[in-house]
Design a protein around this ligand. Structure first.
Ligand SMILES: *Cc1c(COP(=O)(O)O)cnc(C)c1O
Length: 236
């Protein structure tokens, strides 16, 4: 199957899942996750209509960026853990940071974005399974509260929603309760009407569980393997 065929298939599956969840499939955005994928195959995905791309390492994307300059409409998202010492480089490279996981990182990104006269959309990453090896803030934690309450003091960042990666299980049904809790948290934060915080994006669901994520309210699925095939190197 070609990349274009895979993308068409993913689109059909998104729409079928949306119907099951009584939702409009056109309102669910598809991000192609391009870690370990070279510029030529990224270009194929772009030519097949993908505009949103996710990378998880600053250096890896830095190396590919030049070869992709002409894909004008592409939106590059950082979706992996970002160290504070790479905040400046990331705010230059990426159009959005979907893996914001600390107030300190937010402050670094805000300062860097202000320098560049840029406003950067961010998603707060939630460690919904409470896994030790994973980044992200715990729901209802003091750290999450501090970050949400600091939004007005971070004017170069635009707080747009939440992102999560639930604990991995071969059976995607096991992800469902985590997605449900994310949806609840998303609604709860939204209803608080916090200053400078809007909840319009709920990024959840990957190749093996995106249909369940959509049934439970995801507005953005991040798909790598189902578009590009298995990655050669193992990646978190
Ligand atoms: C790799 C990755 C994905 C995509 O994973 P697939 O299983 O290949 O679809 C999605 N989100 C994040 C944060 C990732 O690191």
């Amino acid at each position: 199957m070609s990349i274009a065929e895979n993308i068409a298939r993913v689109k059909e599956r998104i729409h079928a899942a949306a119907r099951r969840g009584a939702r409009n499939g056109d309102e669910i955005s598809r991000m192609a996750v391009t870690k370990t994928v070279g510029p030529d195959r990224i270009r194929e995905a772009y030519d097949a209509g993908i505009r949103s791309f996710g990378e998880n390492r600053v250096q890896e994307f830095q190396a590919k960026r030049e070869a992709l300059r002409d894909l004008f409409a592409a939106q590059w998202h950082m979706i992996g853990h970002l160290q504070t010492n790479k905040a400046a480089a990331a705010s230059e490279l990426f159009g959005a940071i979907d893996s914001l996981d600390s107030l300190r990182l937010a402050q670094k990104l805000d300062a860097a974005a202000a320098q560049l006269n840029k406003k950067i959309p961010v998603l707060i990453e939630i460690n919904i399974g409470g896994e030790e090896a994973k980044s992200g803030l715990a729901p209802n934690s003091p750290d999450l509260e501090a970050l949400l309450n600091s939004a007005p003091q971070l004017p170069a960042l635009e707080f747009c929603g939440l992102m999560t990666v639930p604990p991995y299980d071969d059976n995607p049904e096991k992800s469902r309760p985590y997605f449900q809790r994310m949806r609840e948290l998303f609604t709860e934060i939204s209803q608080r009407r916090l200053p400078a915080v809007t909840m319009k994006i709920l990024s959840m669901g990957m190749s093996h569980d995106f249909e369940i994520a959509i049934e439970e309210g995801s507005t953005c699925v991040r798909v790598g393997t189902a578009i590009f095939g298995e990655r050669l190197r193992s990646q978190p």
